[in-house]
Design a protein around this ligand. Structure first.
Ligand code: BG6
Length: 510
């Protein structure tokens, strides 16, 4: 069967070709905030530097500051320069700066919205953005409602004509439990159609996370053993060495489970556990991930198979650091967890009986995110007990970051005339294999928003299913009047070790 394309050299199904955004603009609400300054602006510069943004691209910053455009441009340039992944080029920045605008104001100030509307119009005419605009809500969730309703009130949410588009980008957290997530989803859905809403889970933008699908579905040798006949359990770890820094306002009351397990870790679990999708389009991927999340159950014994704790003073990176309660802005009686570990069971034929252990924490031994698929022992070992004393369980470890790659752990004979078997590692490292470095997650995600390409963005069903898993756990913790502790720089509380020991297992030391 032959297919006709407008450009015969470019097959639209060939996903190896670079994808370049068409004429468009991005409006960032909360442009002076931490995320915009550290991640979004550098990512926009990197995209421009890689030639993936059109010359007509425009960036409008909206914030409660009285900058004039020169001051805004200076600050934005400094943020781009400080965080850029690719080489700095003044010519790239000058091109971007031509489409840069600033709209000062608060969200309840209608004059600011009118100013935004006329700035967008002006850019359409002068810069050639063609009426295509994405609105990035890089703001606390309490303001999501008001911003989307103001966008609607001022007619900004609807495209000017059939050929142009409007999209909204929502940063996490999507609510703090199922009910609030449903409310938030309803507020957004009232203004933007489903296909125009892009919910960011930046883990899905990471190269190593996308590689989970390539690893599982492009290779023949792993899938046959990817089930409860061979897999004993799965450990998903997201460890950070940093504390909460200046984010007390956001973090306290939220905690590790809501901050990263509800989204990043459950998404990783879904990618590891899902069936092969019909294709890699958004609809097919979501169906498979949703099936996993819908079948995933919180532990029956919440007291035995969850653990949570707070860091106390300790040593991190060779320096003595404060405990959580000593961090600026944290109330002295806070019970917010900075470490959470949970067991999740997936009720499917493939995964019945294989626990997934998820853990995340701040101020742990070092920064590492990994997924370890731990295999059952061989059903028969034709060796004496002593010969295999140092043989553990085989494991396949997907190293998400920072040392990106894949490790296969298995037993090998120690060289010599004796018979002794010991665990060894076989490694694939991105750094040593590919010459190109991985783009930052936000580069990929912002580009996908501008292209209207949705596979890496969870829809509200996934968000709500994830809250269904977490809600009973969080409610159980809320009923407790105390919280375990762990010294900063260690690998978490004793209760988390006991949680695995009850199942006859141990956490890996990544
Ligand atoms: C964010 C969390 O989603 O992910 C932060 O809100 C966390 O608390 C961050 O520090 C970690 O991201 P990364 O990409 O460094 O693993």
């Amino acid at each position: 069967m032959s297919t006709q394309y407008s450009n015969p050299l470019r097959d639209p199904n060939d996903r190896r070709l670079p994808r370049i955004a068409g004429p468009c603009g991005l409006v960032i609400f909360g442009v002076t905030g931490d995320l915009a300054q550290r991640k979004l602006i550098p990512a926009i510069y990197d995209l421009a530097n890689r030639g993936l943004l059109p010359p007509s691209f425009s960036l409008i910053g909206f914030a409660r500051h009285d900058f004039d455009i020169e001051e805004f441009a200076e600050r934005t340039k400094a943020a781009a320069k400080a965080g850029a992944r690719t080489q700095w080029r003044d010519s790239v920045w000058d091109q971007l700066a031509g489409g840069l605008r600033f709209v000062p104001g608060t969200f309840d100030d209608d004059a600011a919205w009118l100013n935004l509307a006329s700035t967008m119009k002006e850019l359409d005419q002068q810069q050639g953005t063609g009426g295509n605009h994405a609105f990035y809500l890089s703001i606390p969730p309490a303001f999501f409602d008001v911003v989307v309703s103001k966008l609607k009130q001022h007619g900004l949410a609807d495209p000017d004509d059939e050929g142009s588009w409007r999209r909204v980008v929502v940063e996490k957290p999507f609510g703090h439990d199922l009910q609030s997530a449903q409310k938030l989803n309803a507020a957004v859905a009232e203004v933007f159609p489903r296909e125009s809403v892009f919910r960011i889970d930046h883990y899905l933008g990471k190269e190593t996370v996308q590689n989970i699908l390539a690893f599982r579905f492009a290779n023949g040798m792993f899938e046959p053993i990817w089930n409860n006949h061979y897999v004993d359990h799965v450990q998903i770890t997201m460890a950070e060495d940093i504390g909460i820094g200046t984010r007390a306002g956001y973090y306290d009351g939220i905690g590790a489970a809501r901050d990263v397990i509800q989204n990043h870790l459950l998404q990783l679990m879904a990618l590891i556990a899902m069936e092969e999708p019909v294709s890699f389009d958004a609809g097919s991927l979501r169906i498979e991930k949703q099936k996993i999340l819908a079948n995933a159950r919180p532990p029956q014994r919440l007291d035995l198979h969850t653990a949570r704790a707070q860091y106390v003073e300790g040593w991190a990176g060779g320096v003595e650091v404060d405990g959580y309660l000593g961090e600026e802005g944290i109330p002295p009686d806070s019970l917010t967890e900075t470490y959470a570990a949970i067991r999740v069971d997936i009720g499917t034929r493939r995964w019945a009986g294989v626990p997934f252990y998820l853990r995340a924490g701040k101020r742990l031994g070092r920064r590492v995110t990994e997924v370890a698929v731990v295999f059952k022992q061989a059903p028969h070992l034709p060796f004496s007990k002593l010969e295999v004393e140092e043989l553990g369980q085989n494991a396949l470890v997907m190293r998400i970051q920072p040392d990106e790659g894949v490790t296969l752990r298995f037993g090998a004979k120690v060289p010599g005339t004796t018979m002794e078997i010991r665990d060894v590692n076989m490694d694939f490292a991105y750094g040593g294999t590919f010459v190109q470095s991985s783009p930052e997650a936000y580069e990929r995600l912002i580009l996908d928003v501008l292209l209207g390409d949705p596979p890496l963005f969870p829809q509200h069903e996934e968000v709500e299913l994830s809250w269904r898993i977490l809600d009973p756990i969080i409610e159980h913790w809320a009923r407790q009047k105390r919280i375990d502790t762990y010294p900063a720089g260690t690998w978490g509380p004793e209760s988390a070790d006991k949680m695995l020991a009850r199942d006859g297992r141990r956490w890996r030391r990544p």
